[in-house]
Design a protein. Structure first.
Lengths: 127, 127
DNA sequence: TATTGACTTAGAGCTAACTCTAAGTGATAT
DNA sequence: ATATCACTTAGAGTTAGCTCTAAGTCAATA
């Protein structure tokens, strides 16, 4: 697959994909004799994985650590597990923050509704 | 309350609080005769609100819009509601992304566990 | 044959959200 | 009296994560 095809498939710009490769996030992208990227299944899997993790807000530096551990082979399995567990914890915390904020917004939206419908005579501007 | 006290109370640096005020995120922070910030309850409520929204990842530009609508008074109640509804939708989407990623990590962590415990003879490196 | 279009590179530029620096004021402690 | 400390300002610097530019190669089409 060319970079244009991969770009379309995963909805990432070609620039972003090249950037990810340059910094080492996508190990060993194959090339044609002319030096043009020819993404195979493994490269695509990496891109899909990176995209998913980035969408959840995981930092590139952390992902780089994971990729580098991966490159070192079986001996790093435990370290990789530890890394993913840590990131899982961070995502849980993010989830909690977002949940709390959604609940707060729900409450505010209810108040706004009551104000709009005129159910609140004691209308005081709540932040 | 001085900026130092507010900084401690909400775990934000004084720099961040000054920055928020400068760009207009905290309307009307009172000052002493000497020109020193003297945060009242309303200012604190704004800071707490901004902090909560920022923690969930809401953009400063959006929060500025909200604050500006708020300043214009009752006539903007519907617009404010619309704005908060939009942001709620964005948070739901983020939540979904994070949930999907946590589930994916859970699956990977199980695989890693099986590998570590030697339950997998067919060990092939999964990304 | 000339040009169009997809690819290549190195490296500069951009945006959001802070974070820091320098220079200054004023109240309190030694 | 002098030094320390918390505050003030304007504006420069930083970081993450892209995004764009310029200059070039190569294959296919008018």
């Amino acid at each position: 697959m060319t970079i244009a095809e991969v770009s379309k498939k995963y909805d990432l710009t070609a620039d972003t994909i090249r950037y990810y490769e340059k910094i080492g996030l996508i190990p060993t992208v194959p090339r044609t004799e002319k030096g043009i990227r020819n993404f195979d299944e493994e490269s695509c899997n990496w891109i899909e994985f990176i995209k998913c993790m980035r969408n959840a807000g995981m930092e590139i530096e952390i992902l780089l650590e994971y990729v580098n551990l991966f490159k070192q082979g079986k001996t790093t399995v435990k370290a990789r597990k530890r890394l993913l567990e840590e990131q899982r914890e961070k995502l849980i915390e993010k989830q909690n923050n977002i949940n709390a904020t959604i609940e707060r917004l729900d409450y505010k939206l209810e108040l706004y509704d009551e104000i709009i419908l005129g159910k609140r005579k004691d209308f005081t501007e709540t932040i």
